[in-house]
Design a protein around this ligand. Structure first.
Ligand SMILES: [Zn+2]
Length: 364
């Protein structure tokens, strides 16, 4: 198996187009067409992690945080990241990051936090707009069913728990084939009227190449008429944060202990909250931007990290705001990637890094 097969799979789960504009997810170092010898999963790529990969004969490291985040102007070994990159290139180890794109999918980073906290009925806290498009095309009646099937197979027509969604209306198409054309119906130089079905269906924007390929392959016409509309609808399956419910309400102190145990965190910073906790919003890493969404969605607690002193004031007793630590909130992403890759490639066993890359200690 080549490295690109792992990459293709990871990008089916978390397409790169879902990453934030400031992010740098994807293949950062190395070639995708190399034979995969071994795969090491980590939250962070450090020099020590690259050494671990070399020792364990892994030539691909899959990380959550991109080791190249800000553009590098020189690679001289002045920083740990530069030394990690230099060593990876020398040892022919490819470096790949699935970062904010993995934060934005329902089965991503936040799903692991929700799973550990035992939340159920989870949904994306802030569904993103601009991730959906609509395809409209016009096809002879007899070909409509086969074309729809091909479009659905390419990933079109999924709305929530439903698939094969489309709208179809019958009408008449007109065209005149010009000199040099090879029309499927009608004659060159003559106006033709053809009974056609107008097929409309929705698709995630990142699947556009596959959907168009299916359209052009399964439509009988030489020149296929179709429209693609960008949609402003939020995509319920893509966006930051998750919200879900605990099996039963918990008093604040019990909930804090529950979070501490579930996320193996040495320290939780939190605000005062007068009520009990049942609905919980989560966002791995720096999630304070979602505080208004968490309150609006009716969460009694918001579990995130990287909260600054002044930002804690914004809770104002309306929600229990918890800072559990950036590393602590995201560490189970390694287990998630390990599980997903093992399920997809049962004959291939990735390794999880044994190095704790958390730069923060707690003194108590
Ligand atoms: Zn992070």
């Amino acid at each position: 198996m080549q490295i690109k097969e792992i990459i293709q799979f990871l990008e089916e789960i978390a397409p790169l187009s879902y990453q934030e504009s400031y992010d740098n997810a994807g293949l950062l170092v190395g070639r995708a067409d190399q034979e995969l010898k071994g795969l090491l999963i980590t939250l962070e790529i450090t020099e020590a992690v690259v050494q671990e990969a070399v020792q364990k004969q892994c030539n691909l490291i899959v990380a959550h945080h991109p080791v190249i985040f800000h553009p590098l102007k020189r690679i001289t070994g002045a920083t740990d990241a530069e030394r990690a990159i230099m060593q990876a290139i020398r040892a022919d180890v490819a470096l790949y990051a699935s970062h904010t794109n993995l934060d934005q999918v329902a089965a991503g980073v936040n799903a692991m936090i929700a799973e550990r906290l035992g939340l159920y009925h989870t949904r994306i806290l802030a569904p993103l707009r601009g991730q959906l498009k609509k395809l409209v095309t016009f096809v002879p009646h007899a070909h409509a069913a086969a074309l729809r099937t091909a479009l659905f197979h390419a990933g079109a027509g999924v709305i929530g728990r439903y698939d094969a969604c489309s709208y179809n209306v019958e009408g008449v198409g007109t065209f005149r084939a010009r000199e040099g054309a090879n029309p499927y119906v009608g004659r060159v130089g003559e106006l033709h009227l053809e009974p056609e079905t107008r097929v409309e269906t929705i698709f995630p924007a990142h699947l556009e190449p596959a959907v168009i390929e299916a359209l052009l392959t399964h439509h009988p016409y030489e020149e296929v008429a179709y429209d693609i509309y960008p949609l402003d609808n939020p995509h319920p399956g893509v966006g930051p944060g998750l919200i879900g419910a605990l099996p039963e309400p918990m008093p604040v102190k019990i909930f804090l202990q529950h979070v501490k145990d579930a996320l193996h965190t040495g320290c939780i910073r939190y605000t005062n909250y007068p009520g009990v906790i049942e609905r919980v919003a989560v966002c791995g890493g720096a999630g304070i931007f979602l505080l208004p969404k968490a309150i609006e969605a009716g969460a009694q607690a918001f579990v995130t990290a990287d909260v600054k002193y002044h930002e804690f004031f914004r809770a104002e007793g309306r929600i229990l705001l918890l800072d559990v630590g950036h590393y602590e909130s995201e560490q189970f992403t390694v287990d998630l990637l390990d599980r997903l890759i093992r399920e997809k490639f049962p004959n291939f066993a990735p390794l999880k890094s044994e190095i704790c890359t958390n730069p923060i200690n707690y003194f108590s």
